[in-house]
Design a protein around this ligand. Structure first.
Ligand code: ADP
Length: 182
């Protein structure tokens, strides 16, 4: 799939493996333990090496002994990855839509972007948070992700560029369909 640009070129839709992204930060769809897991979380820790987990353990010990709350985000280094930082955020588990899932998912994007801005980062790449193991319907998640990024970029100069990295071309195409952009 060719990449598509939205929001004055500041949001770029691509498909592929987020661990291969060369940008200032990639976002990890972590779980609250911050100790790694399956899906994109496992891929990031495998490709990035043990340094990321070491930093996550420090964060747990010093800042979040009970785990990172859903919707919150924290930054670490990126170990062996081409990116420079990993921003770990905890998406909501889908419980049918009446448990504040949309607000929590939106907050994941906003808080990750705030962390990136705080670090003065120019570019950040997001996976489709919560749409794997956590079961969030992809169409709903697409709208929430887009709106959260749109609203943030509207009043912020940094990050300049946001990537949505869909693991499969089919998921990228679905996003474009939902946003009526194909
Ligand atoms: P969650 O627990 O938040 O649902 P998952 O990792 O299970 O997290 O899935 C989130 C999304 O990340 C899914 O759409 C999945 O297809 C995608 N994904 C899995 N591995 C990768 C990867 N290496 N790069 C980009 N996206 C990935």
């Amino acid at each position: 799939m060719e990449e598509k640009k939205l929001i004055n070129g500041r949001l770029i839709i691509v498909s592929g493996d987020i661990t291969r992204m060369t940008c200032d930060a990639i976002v990890n769809a972590a779980n609250s333990s911050l100790m790694g897991g399956g899906g994109v979380d496992g891929a990031i820790h495998r490709a990035g090496g043990p340094g990321i987990l070491k930093e996550c353990k420090e964060i747990r010990k010093n800042r979040y002994p009970d785990g990172l709350p859903t919707g919150e985000a924290v930054a670490t280094g990126a170990g062996n990855l081409p990116a420079h930082h990993v921003i770990h955020t905890v998406g909501p588990v889908w419980h049918g839509g009446n448990s504040g899932e949309s607000e929590k998912l939106s907050r994941c994007y906003r808080r990750s972007l705030e962390e990136a801005a705080k670090l003065k980062l120019k570019s950040i790449a997001f996976p489709a948070i919560s749409t794997g193991i956590y079961g969030y319907p992809k169409e709903n998640a697409a709208r929430i992700a887009y709106n959260a990024v749109y609203n943030f970029l509207d009043s912020a100069d940094l990050p300049q560029t946001v990537y949505f990295v869909f693991y499969s071309p089919g998921d990228a195409a679905l996003f474009m369909d939902v946003m009526d952009l194909r």
